[in-house]
Design a protein around this ligand. Structure first.
Ligand SMILES: [Zn+2]
Length: 165
């Protein structure tokens, strides 16, 4: 069941290293994800855990670990195939866009951040963003039958070039 899944006290959640587990069907996610034509089934599950932590600078960190065995539609042969999603990301929570931009600019290390205004974070948004990031741009079988056929045909003489002679 889809709910508005929110952490309403980010500082408490991260300082006290709380965590939450989740398990959604793709059909539970909002249309911006579930309406993707790349999914072969909306019945597959996306599950994982969200952990609160703080870094060495005592900044609030949200660690998101997300997994799922889903079925996508191969963009070459248009048949479904199984795809494993396994994403882990640490996100520093900033008060506002300004702080986030500043930190991204100042920090020499690669950091990823999100904005949790008024100490509130929408976790469902976060999960949906990660699912979208985890999706291949153009999903296809690792060894697609159609690709192989194309390869085989490539070595055959082009019938039109024979005609020319
Ligand atoms: Zn294929």
């Amino acid at each position: 069941m889809k709910t508005d899944w929110v952490i309403d006290e980010v500082d408490d959640f991260t300082r006290n290293e709380k965590n939450l587990t989740f398990d959604y069907k793709i059909s539970d996610l909002s249309k911006r994800v579930s309406s993707s034509e790349l999914f072969a089934s909306l019945e597959d599950n996306i599950y994982g855990i969200i952990k609160g932590e703080t870094d060495e600078l005592m900044r609030p960190i949200i660690r998101l670990e997300l997994e799922g065995d889903i079925k996508l539609i191969c963009q070459v042969c248009l048949k479904p195939f199984s795809y494993h999603i396994d994403e882990k990301v640490d996100l520093i929570v900033f008060e506002n866009d300004e702080d986030l931009t500043k930190a991204l600019h100042d920090d020499n290390v690669d950091i990823e951040g999100i904005v949790g205004e008024n100490n509130v974070l929408n976790l469902l948004d976060l999960i949906e963003d990660q699912v979208l990031l985890a999706m291949p741009f153009s999903p296809q079988h690792e060894h697609c039958e159609n690709e192989r056929l194309k390869e085989i045909n490539k070595d055959r003489p082009n019938p039109f070039s024979i005609l020319k002679n």
